[in-house]
Design a protein around this ligand. Structure first.
Ligand code: NDP
Length: 264
């Protein structure tokens, strides 16, 4: 199926590893041009170069911490300098947390609010005009199953991802008249390097291997009994980016191996 993404321009936050990088590869394979951002410059520039070498697309790396308004301003300035219009924005940058509500300081709440919510607000506000220049576009917000079904060790993550989902719904309503489709994806367990690192640490304490730890986790939480690969999830993102998903507006899609325990 031709997903009609050739020559589109996609901006992906947190595009240097994990889900964001898998989406970048999958979009490049469809012929889309990329703007990738992340904080770690070395890793970001390396993966961007790799993509550029493998696909006949234009891939640009811009170092930015999207929790900071000044970095977003600089990112947007550079995008404006290169493109008169863009087509796709994927608000993906994010990170898990670990705290109790009783012990977490305001600063931690503020950081996650800026990273998970305000980054999407600020980037959408700045880039919607560039989508209008191209006659429309797609914004995908990468939230989490935890926006609906919390993991109780990370209340700040759960709360800020829930807010991102509501922001996404409201934005969808506001911009569909401009032919801009906004949707949310709620992944479940996706096997990224960070999961492997965490598992290695926790498994050691329990005297098991990282693989055993991850397998146990997947079987405990998901009816499917395994993690997804980032590439599996990326296919879903690419579909939602494409005109094949033209009637999908303001929805939240779970890609979670059946983990969500309610009818949504
Ligand atoms: P990774 O840790 O593998 O990648 C995160 C990406 O975001 C990296 O490119 C990282 O690069 C970037 N990033 C982190 N903080 C910032 C920041 N402040 N500014 C700019 N870039 C940043 O994460 P995943 O791929 O696992 O997760 C991606 C998204 O998917 C997150 O929003 C996460 O909440 C969500 N998700 C993941 C699940 C999973 O099981 N993996 C499940 C559900 C949701 P750098 O560190 O260089 O900035």
């Amino acid at each position: 199926m031709d997903l009609q993404l050739k020559d589109k321009v996609a901006v992906i936050t947190g595009g240097s590893v994990g889900i964001g990088l898998a989406v970048a590869y999958a979009l490049a394979a469809e012929g889309a041009n990329l703007v990738l951002c992340a904080r770690n410059r070395k890793r970001l520039f390396q993966v961007t170069e790799d993509i550029q070498q493998q696909f006949p697309v234009n891939a640009k790396a811009i170092q930015a911490d999207v929790s900071k308004p000044e970095d977003i301003e600089s990112l947007v300035r550079q995008i404006n300098g290169q493109y008169q219009g863009i087509d796709i924005l994927i608000n993906n940058a994010g990170v898990g947390s670990n705290e109790t509500i009783m012990n977490a300081a305001d600063e931690k709440w503020q950081y996650y609010w800026d990273l998970h919510v305000m980054a999407a607000v600020r980037l959408s506000r700045a880039l919607v005009p560039l989508m209008k220049n191209n006659g429309g576009g797609v914004i995908l917000n990468n939230s989490s199953i935890c926006a609906k079904q919390p993991l109780y060790y990370e209340p700040i993550y759960n709360t800020t991802k829930a807010a991102l989902s509501m922001f996404s719904k409201c934005l969808a309503h506001e911009v569909i008249g401009e032919n801009i489709r906004v949707n949310t994806v709620n992944p479940g367990l996706i096997m990224t390097p960070d999961w492997r690192k965490t598992a290695a640490e926790l498994a050691e304490k329990e005297g098991i291997t990282a693989d055993e730890y991850l397998d146990r986790l997947a079987k405990k939480y998901t009816p499917i009994g395994r993690f997804a690969t980032p590439e599996e999830l990326a296919k879903f993102f690419v579909f939602l980016c494409s005109p094949a998903a033209s009637y999908s507006v303001g929805s939240t899609y779970y890609v979670d191996g059946g983990w969500l325990n309610v009818v949504n």
